[in-house]
Ligand binder design. Structure first.
Ligand SMILES: [Zn+2]
Length: 390
């Protein structure tokens, strides 16, 4: 996701379990320089592209197929990104063939942005149903103003007065500014399906939490291309969209990690969407969950008194946020509220159009669960290690 908050999120991820240095190891700390490709496995090249937002770069991977190259993710549709990618491909293509297929992990511009550019040049686009649906809808959404649904969602989260007025006034970024138009004919990949690319067979794990129908690919020889699902050194955004205000993205993300865990072992190499490829995928996902649990502990303390999701932003990020950051990050605060409500840790009460949350007063061990939204995968108790902080 192109974010202005990655620095913030890095901070609240910094409290990860102390085993990090021992068990999560970068396989090669030196990123390929702009415009080059670095081989990270037999027939797999890591290309790092500059993007304007977030951590300032995105990783894409070129995979050797029988008749050319399959590219996984593309970078944003922006001149500097395209230039870096074409330079890197100029090095690969003479010996390995042209780009025949582009597989995208999810609909965020830094991952799908140039897929349409490749499609125009004859490449087949492969993505999940949800990725394609959201991308097409957003590509055709030309409005720069907030929809009534988005405004209602902000009010529900507790936004009011001048902040709400500023939120309504601030124009949205247009998705089409960073994403090339996609063709109508695209190939859909579903959960559990396999892709044969060269000698490798990749299994698709389609999950939710970071983005609708986010795709992770796990190969039969210990590689996992994880997009923004599992990242080293930073947390992943787990937002609630305005059109599904009850969503619990944290449970969905954890369930996806659990399913990825069935396809990897401790030697598997993670090829993430940002930062550096590494080993220790299961440990890294536990660290990310532990980091979420540290936020949960702070929130439960903070919610001894009734508060809105917006009131909880400072407790989550541990600093005062700018108005722009608050507007961007409040859907993540809503995600924490929904998650804690599903766990029976807090209860929500409507006050007019706003939801106010408070810690559930109950004897320890007595759990009251709210019915999960259909889009939420079943709750998953990540591990006893993670639960210690509760
Ligand atoms: Zn993303």
């Amino acid at each position: 996701m192109p974010t202005s908050n990655e620095a913030v999120k890095l901070q609240h991820d910094a409290g990860a379990a102390p085993t990090a240095a021992e068990a999560v190891r970068a396989i090669d700390g030196i990123a390929p320089t702009t415009g080059t490709a670095r081989q990270v496995a037999d027939g797999v090249w890591w290309i790092r592209l500059p993007v304007a937002a977030g951590p300032g770069h995105v990783n894409v991977y070129a995979l050797q197929d029988r008749d050319g190259i399959v590219l996984v993710d593309t970078g944003t549709n922006a001149p500097q990104t395209l230039q870096a990618l074409t330079e890197a491909l100029c090095i690969l293509e003479p010996n390995h063939g042209t780009i025949r297929r582009v597989v995208v992990t999810h609909h965020h511009p830094d991952h799908i942005g140039l897929a349409g550019w490749f499609a125009e040049r004859g490449a087949e686009i492969v993505a999940t149903r949800g990725t394609l649906a959201v991308a097409h809808r957003m590509l055709h959404d030309k409005t720069l103003s907030r929809t009534p649904e988005e405004i209602d969602f902000a009010v529900l989260a507790g936004m009011k007065d001048l902040e709400l007025a500023a939120f309504i006034r601030r124009p949205k970024r247009r998705y089409a500014d960073g994403v090339a138009m996609l063709p109508n004919a695209t190939s859909v990949i579903a959960d559990g399906e396999t892709l044969q690319i060269g000698k490798r067979c990749w299994t698709a794990i389609v999950g939710n939490g970071h983005a609708v129908d986010h795709l992770t690919l796990c190969s039969n020889d210990g590689l996992a291309i994880t997009g923004d699902q599992i990242l080293p050194g930073m947390s992943t955004n787990l937002n609630v969209p305005a059109d599904q205000p009850d969503l619990d993205p944290i449970s969905a993300w954890r369930d996806t990690c659990r399913r990825i865990g069935e396809h990897i072992d401790e030697r598997s190499v993670c090829l993430p969407g940002h930062h550096t490829p590494f080993t220790g995928i299961a440990i890294r996902s536990r660290q990310m969950a532990a980091s979420q649990e540290a936020v949960v502990s702070r929130l439960l303390e903070h919610l001894q008194r009734p508060r809105t999701a917006i009131d909880c932003l400072a407790a989550i990020y541990r600093r005062t946020l700018s108005l722009a950051e608050r507007a961007f990050l409040f859907p993540e605060a809503v995600g924490y509220m929904n998650h804690l409500a599903n766990r029976g840790e807090i209860v929500g009460l409507r006050r007019g159009k706003t939801m106010v949350w408070q810690k559930q007063r109950r004897p320890r061990g007595d759990t009251i669960r709210r019915e999960a939204s259909p889009a939420i995968s079943r709750p998953y108790n990540f591990s006893s290690e993670v639960d210690e902080s509760r």
